[in-house]
Write a protein that binds this ligand. Structure first.
Ligand code: B3K
Ligand code: ZN
Length: 882
């Protein structure tokens, strides 16, 4: 917690570490109140650095002893300046011994070594290792670790760290020890230890090269009935990486540990992944389809980091997307391959596009906008963003689009051939892709250096006599903080031409046949392509499969969109056509509400929705996506001045109108998409439940539909899985049904012993437009609420501030006042969680003037706090900056 002005760190200021560390031996005497850490490092001067000072970071730890080559250093032999400990004039080779003390039970920030429900847990990325011992805590210092853990045996029977267990035994006084050795050099952020009374599900698994690895999933005893899916996902991940990328597990033992107190989703520590329980624990009774999908994706993601992140890591934190963008791309491909079908893959892709539009595009247009490889930061934890992760994944995907799957694989192989065991930069990845394929990817670099979402404008001219189409694409990119002008990007734009019969017209460009979809490479500000042999005026299908993270502008007429919505062979663009139809109407209706005009929805739109709903040739999962309206966030991004209430009312109106006008078809969809028998989280069953539950929610949104409310009530009572149960409860709450309160109480009574379900219980209420800020304050008094637990704080406080637009943005500003109080309160406990909440105000300048004034006041109130973490300070000051 600082009171001085926080320091900005720049990418251009990178210098090599002055000393390298070859080996680290750590000894832990674990005690919640007072843990003693002994650290013995062998270090040597880095030939690549001219510096002779040893630089170590330390935070919230007490230094007890410091020895260089056996000699204790006196106060004058070193300097401590804030978090930096410097030892000047150190010898060429050094054995450095350090003893420090920390207090895990007082660590509410959950960074470094902390206590969660009586167990010791660590989280070191990005800069948590310095809260355990003094160390050159930067990712380009890679060392081999040996770890000795000592703790009371009864309370902490299980002692885990990275790598292999080499020794264990008893100690006097009821204590015991375990010694772990990690054979691979690693950066300090990948260090982990766990001391606990957890139990595990374990299995021996045969690897491709014939070796056998021990796989373990560690949880609290009562949760052993919820580990199967995580274990299955882990095995599938290992297999997939062998098959798709030829990458094998390099350890004899791979562990996943679940903890209920965790700042984010999970962490890829070498051989000892630590997970938020949310991404491990699942069975049909307590977890939804979305939870099951999340587990598969996150287990995969952390496992894939073992190569992309751990074996090859980042030179500095500006390169974060090197490992995160790439690993998100890998987990997306993994999930797609697990679904297996083209249509399932498309549904996954649509989900990715929704996330980008819902969260990343707004980030890229707001005060925290930054390039995929940022140029500066105050607090690195603020840069674990959708831009670094999801846009970063899009950047990686574009290599695959440009080079083909095989070319991409060649690039990956070369990347590992060159850089295994190294800490490198995003540029090294790009070079491997370019060199392996003999391609010039120099301009592609701008995807890493320029922030903002590019706009691609398309114009088409058809010459009936010549039977040619001229397609002109132009690009621009709006200014972002610190980057007023942008240079053209290298953008792959996948296009098709759809004929009047709905089929693709085979593409011929410059005399060359290009199949039904051609990837055009837009590199200039404006470029044109000529398609020949086009027998009739086609409808262009642009940016197929969302081939680049851009906003595509084209003046589609309604009938063009209806045509694509019915026929486009590219399912993503088929969906996209529906989204455009819906967005046009939602924007018009929003304006109508604001102007006080009557709302009306045209038959054309309703008919299009009916057609897709009743088209049995389409997978239910796809139909659900096609019927789902753009979210309130997405609509807000498209309006000049945001009136959250108007947006909500417009969207509700469309939902209710669909509910009324398609009543018969929706009822039929509910009947046709039941999933009787044993619950299974396979894509087909998930799709059916999704369509059925969307239908239910539309019906319930229609006013005065008692039958729909009864249906929801029945489903709530009878559901044998959490997906259906939570969906029904949500429908009741959102419809303000009389039975909602009773159902909520029953739900709580039934699941109060399941923390993750109680989170859902809070979140369901927090997001309901019937829950005002007073009700949220009341919920904070509920015995089950605990602001120190990140999942719980997010489920109530963050859900309200970020997903309940109507109540958060009430005109009297009381929602913002609440936000300010909570940001301040949370910041004193856990800056990372507080800082995420702080971002609820990112887009404040776009709101209607009355709201804006209240928002500014709330921002200033937080900013006026003398004591704020760097995390929150950075977010707030960027929001207030011009
Ligand atoms: N690498 C971690 C994120 C660490 C966040 C630190 N604030 C999880 C992941 O991306 O796999
Ligand atoms: Zn990651």
């Amino acid at each position: 917690m600082r009171t001085d002005t926080p320091l900005t760190i720049y990418r251009k200021d990178y210098t090599a570490p002055s000393y390298l560390v070859d080996t680290v031996e750590l000894g832990f005497d674990l005690d919640p109140a007072r843990t003693i850490v002994a650290n013995r490092m062998t270090m040597r001067r880095n030939p690549a650095s001219g510096q002779r000072e040893i630089e170590l970071y330390g935070e919230e730890i007490d230094l007890v002893a410091l020895r260089v080559n056996g000699k204790t250093l006196g106060k004058r032999d070193y300097r401590i300046d804030g978090n930096l400990l410097r030892i000047p004039n150190a010898p060429e080779d050094v054995v450095l011994e350090i003893e420090t003390i920390c207090a895990p039970e007082k660590n509410t920030a959950l960074s470094g070594l902390y206590v969660s429900n009586g167990n010791f847990i660590t989280q070191c990325e990005a800069e948590g290792f310095r809260r355990i011992t003094y160390f050159p805590d930067r990712p380009d210092v890679m060392a081999k670790y040996t770890v000795m853990l000592r703790a009371e045996k009864q309370r902490y029977p299980v002692l885990l760290s990275n790598g292999n267990l080499v020794e264990e035994g008893e100690l006097p006084g009821g204590r015991h020890y375990a010694k772990w050795e990690d054979p691979f050099p690693k950066p300090s952020y990948l260090f982990a230890l766990v001391a606990s009374n957890l139990v595990c599900q374990e299995e021996k698994f045969k690897l491709a090269d014939g070796r056998t690895a021990l796989l373990q999933v560690w949880v609290e005893e009562g949760n052993l009935d919820k580990t199967d899916y995580a274990m299955q996902s882990l095995k599938r991940s290992i297999r997939w990486d062998e098959e798709r990328f030829g990458l094998e597990l390099d350890l004899d033992r791979f562990m996943i540990v679940a903890t209920g107190d965790f700042n984010m989703g999970a962490m890829e520590n070498k051989g000892l992944n630590i997970f938020n329980t949310k991404y491990v624990l699942a069975n049909p009774r307590v977890a939804t389809d979305l939870d099951f999908q999340g587990i598969e994706a996150v287990v995969g993601h952390e496992y894939f980091h073992n190569w992309t992140g751990n074996r090859v890591t980042c030179r500095d934190w500006f390169q974060l997307s090197l490992k995160e963008g790439l690993t998100v791309f890998r987990d997306q491909e993994f999930s797609g391959d697990m679904v297996g079908t083209d249509s399932g893959r498309a549904v996954n892709r649509i989900d990715q596009v929704r996330t980008l539009r819902q969260v990343q595009f707004p980030e890229d247009a707001g005060p925290m906008a930054h390039p995929v490889r940022p140029d500066s930061f105050v607090e690195i934890n603020n840069f674990y963003t959708v831009t670094v992760y999801e846009k970063g994944a899009e950047v990686v995907r574009m290599y695959q689009t440009l080079l083909g799957r095989e070319g991409f694989r060649k690039g990956m192989d070369l990347y590992f051939e060159r850089h295994d065991g190294q800490a490198v930069e995003c540029d090294d990845f790009r070079r491997a892709m370019a060199d392996a394929n003999g391609r010039d990817l120099a301009q592609f670099e701008r995807w890493y250096s320029q922030a903002g979402t590019p706009r691609v404008r398309a114009a088409m001219r058809y010459d009936a006599a010549a039977k040619t189409v001229e397609l002109t694409l132009s690009q621009s990119c709006p200014p972002t903080p610190g980057q007023p002008d942008k240079l053209p990007f290298h953008i792959p734009v996948a296009v098709g031409l759809v004929g009047r019969d709905g089929r693709d017209i085979p593409l011929v460009i410059d005399g060359e046949p290009r199949g039904n979809t051609a990837v055009l490479e837009l590199t200039a500000a404006e470029q044109s392509w000529r398609f020949t042999n086009v027998p009739e005026l086609p409808v262009p299908s642009l940016l197929r499969d969302f081939s680049a993270p851009v906003v595509l502008e084209y003046d589609y007429r309604d009938e063009d969109l209806l045509h694509l919505f019915s026929h486009d062979s590219d399912p993503v663009n088929r969906w996209e056509a529906g989204q455009r139809l819906a967005m046009e109407r939602l924007l018009k209706l929003t304006a109508d509400v604001t102007a006080g005009s009557r709302m009306q929805l045209d038959d054309t739109f309703v008919d299009a929705m009916r057609k897709v709903l009743t088209d049995d040739a389409l997978d239910p999962a796809f139909r659900e996506q096609a019927l789902l309206l753009p979210t309130e966030n997405m609509i807000a991004e498209q309006t000049e001045v945001v009136h959250p209430l108007s947006i909500h009312m417009a969207r509700q109106f469309v939902r209710a109108t669909i509910g009324t006008r398609l009543r018969k078809e929706l009822m039929a969809a509910i009947d046709a998409n039941q999933t009787p028998g044993e619950y299974s989280p396979d894509a087909e069953a998930i799709g059916k439940r999704a369509l059925k539950n969307l239908a239910l929610s539309y019906l319930a949104a229609a006013t005065d539909d008692n039958e729909a409310i009864d249906l929801a009530g029945q489903q709530f009572e009878q559901a044998d899985n959490m997906t259906d149960k939570a969906a029904a409860l949500g429908a009741l709450i959102h419809a303000r049904a009389q039975s909602a309160a009773g159902a909520l109480q029953d739900f709580y009574d039934e699941f109060q012993g399941e923390a993750l379900v109680v989170d859902k219980w809070f979140a369901l209420q927090a997001s309901a437009p019937s829950t005002d800020v007073g009700a949220v304050r009341a919920l904070m008094q509920h015995p089950a609420f605990n602001i120190r637990n990140p999942n719980r704080a997010r489920s109530l406080v963050a859900t309200f501030c970020m997903a309940n637009h109507v109540q958060f943005h009430v005109p009297d500003g009381s929602g913002y006042q609440f936000w300010a109080e909570q940001v301040i309160a949370l910041d004193a406990l856990n800056p990372q969680v507080a800082s995420r909440l702080a971002r609820a105000m990112d887009r404040w300048r776009r709101y209607a003037p009355v709201l804006q004034a209240h928002m500014k006041k709330a921002l200033q109130q937080v900013n006026g706090q003398k004591k704020l973490s760097n995390d929150v300070r950075e977010v707030i000051s960027k929001a207030l900056a011009n």
